[in-house]
Design a protein around this ligand. Structure first.
Ligand code: ADP
Ligand code: MG
Length: 258
């Protein structure tokens, strides 16, 4: 399945006037692609993801879900930065959340969830509640749920932004492994340049608000990728080039009015 965004624009009407959040965004995902959408804070990334998820209507343009294989399964599943797990539900039922509405029995739900729970190192915690988990484990619950949902395209909005640096690296690696294994496409939002280079097959770089596509970058470095790895110099020069472009955008928003 592919997502085809066609000329998406979004304006919000507020009591202080119109906020132009997105302008003429067009792109298409590839099968099993890890696509990162990278841009400065406030450029409209979350708005774009909500439009792709179908929970917000664009002012102009449309999102086409191409080649949907199974209408009984959700086309997309969302993973948020925080508050993605329900505090009153234990781990296994959090992971299964969504399957109930697909009329899958409890026994089958648990059967589907357990392999993901094991992969996400949550096997000893199935009956625990979110307040008993670290933030890294809560994000693992959110990831497991997205993979269990059966959605072909996973939408992630800065899921690791609030984690410490070590945990972020560990979860990035686990996410890449599981994405390969389950052959999902991911649209992953981030404002973190290194995270985008580490994860992405392709990066879509956005301008400052109203968010437009500034550039598309194919990341062809072998994995695992990091600033100390085999391709350190390519990694660093890509990071510096993207930083230069993002700074251009940030400077636009902070330039003194003339
Ligand atoms: N529901 C809304 N009503 C009014 N303005 C909104 C709404 N949602 C987002 N915005 C505005 O749209 C712009 C883009 O927001 P957002 O998509 O959250 O950016 P990002 O995720 O890139 O930080 C911001 O200026 C934000 O204040
Ligand atoms: Mg956001």
């Amino acid at each position: 399945m592919k997502i085809d965004c066609r000329q998406i624009s979004k304006r919000f009407q507020t009591k202080n006037g119109i906020i132009h959040a997105l302008s003429n965004i067009s792109f298409k995902t590839n099968e099993q692609e890890f696509l990162c959408i990278l841009g400065p804070s406030g450029c409209g990334k979350t708005t774009l993801l909500r439009i792709i998820a179908g929970i917000l209507q664009p002012t102009e343009g449309k999102v086409i879900y191409e080649g949907v294989k199974d209408n009984n399964k959700p086309a997309t599943a969302l993973v948020f930065q925080e508050h993605g797990v329900f505090p009153w539900i234990n781990v296994i039922d959090n992971v299964c959340f969504g399957l109930e509405t697909q009329k899958i029995s409890r026994k089958d739900r648990y059967g589907m969830a357990m392999p993901l729970i094991e992969k996400m190192h949550l096997a000893g915690f199935t009956k625990n509640y979110p307040h008993q988990l670290s933030s890294g484990m809560k994000q693992r619950v959110g990831l497991a749920r997205a993979f269990v949902s059966g959605a072909e395209i996973l939408l992630m909005d800065e899921p690791f932004a609030s984690l410490d640096a070590q945990m972020r690296v560990i979860l990035q690696e686990e996410l890449l492994n599981i994405q390969r294994e389950y052959r999902k496409s991911v649209i992953y939002i981030t404002h973190d340049i290194e995270e985008a280079i580490t994860l992405a097959d392709r990066i879509i770089l956005m301008t400052a608000r109203p968010g437009q596509i500034k550039q598309e970058i194919n990341v062809n470095l072998s994995r695992p990728r990091n600033v100390n790895g085999e391709h350190a110099s390519e990694f660093i020069s890509m990071r510096n080039e993207i930083w230069r472009q993002i700074k251009e955008e940030v400077d636009k928003t902070t330039a003194p009015l003339s």
